[in-house]
Write a protein that binds this ligand. Structure first.
Ligand SMILES: [Zn+2]
Length: 179
């Protein structure tokens, strides 16, 4: 059941689509995670994380992809379907993957802290999974995103400090008015 295997070249094609989805998420300020669902060699759903964009805590790539796949097939059971996701699923998404009865799960980067498939395995997760598919590329998208966020914070702090310095000595005084 626990199969962390070698990267097969044919899997990269689907993971690349998931990566493109992840990049779309980063473009609008969401943590770049993308997911696709494949049945019989056809991509039937693709999605990315839209938590910030939609202001919705459950809008993870995997959840949206599962919703789209269910809509495409007209069934909540995703028998014979495989998911490719750029980051190891969180507790919520691991649960959803299991509930949807996906056949296999392939993920790219590990999430050692919040991943609940390989990093922090939980009882009851019964989907066959493979990890580390294009791991470097999937992790790089995340690293770049968080580096940009960090850099923006640093720049905002610098701007704030500059404004504070410039405003020194320019205190706004409300003049006393005689009646
Ligand atoms: Zn999730």
């Amino acid at each position: 059941m626990l199969s962390c295997g070698n990267v097969a070249i044919m899997l990269n094609e689907y993971m690349l689509i998931a990566l493109r989805e992840a990049e779309a998420a980063a473009g609008v300020g969401d943590v770049p995670v993308g997911a696709v669902i494949v049945k019989d060699g056809q991509v039937i759903a693709a999605a990315h994380n839209t938590r910030e964009k939609d202001g919705n805590a459950v809008r993870h790539a995997e959840i949206t992809a599962i919703e789209r796949a269910c809509a495409a097939l007209g069934d909540w059971r995703l028998d014979g379907c495989d998911m490719y996701v750029t980051l190891e699923p969180c507790m919520m998404c691991a649960g959803a993957v299991s509930q949807a009865r996906l056949r296999r799960l392939y993920f790219g980067a590990y999430d050692r802290e919040r991943g609940y498939v390989a990093s922090n395995p939980v009882d009851g997760f019964d989907v066959e999974y493979y990890c580390g598919i294009m791991e470097k590329e999937c992790a790089a998208v995340l690293d770049e995103f968080f580096e940009r966020v960090r850099q923006r914070r640093v720049n905002n702090f610098k701007q704030y400090n500059t404004k504070r310095r410039k405003s020194n000595g320019k205190k706004v005084c409300i003049p006393f008015q005689r009646r």
